[in-house]
Design a protein. Structure first.
Length: 153
């Protein structure tokens, strides 16, 4: 199949587009781009909103099944190899990153996927959050390298 400029359309690009469209639609339908809903999910001792538990279950349960199938296959439906599972390793970087992610998610009510959707429809607040998030992602490797060099010397 040829694309707009005569190049063959890569099936991986098409599958990435379809997966992104499904993911974005899921974020919209589930309310994950509504910061009040996310913060309500995290407010256990106040006005707790348990509806995101269904979103969590709807994401985690199918992935458990898919990973079990993928472990047996070795290659994807598109023929690309499925990488072997790496052994779990809990280290300082994982814990620090998880705490920072959780704090940002709790304070702002957005994580990277919904932040991208919010950038498109969230007005200035969504755009500002998205730019701050991307800046943090760009700066993080430099800061991590600097911190690593200070702890090893």
């Amino acid at each position: 199949m040829a694309g707009k400029h005569g190049k063959a359309l890569d099936p991986r690009d098409l599958s990435a587009f379809v997966a992104g469209a499904i993911f974005g639609s899921g974020l919209l339908v589930s309310g994950m781009i509504d910061t009040r809903k996310v913060q309500g999910w995290l407010d256990f001792f106040g006005d707790w909103d348990p509806t995101l538990a269904f979103v969590l279950g709807g994401a985690v349960l199918p992935m458990i099944l898919v990973w079990r199938i993928a472990e047996r296959r070795g290659v994807s439906l598109l023929g690309t190899p499925i990488p072997a599972r790496t052994p779990p390793r809990i280290d300082r970087a994982l814990v620090t990153g998880s705490v920072m992610f959780g704090a940002g998610w709790g304070l702002a009510g957005l994580c990277p996927g919904p932040a991208m959707a919010s950038f498109a429809i969230g007005g200035w607040g969504g755009a500002l959050f998205f730019l701050a998030m991307v800046s943090g992602m760009v700066i993080a490797p430099t800061v991590a390298g600097w911190l690593s060099s200070r702890t090893t010397s």
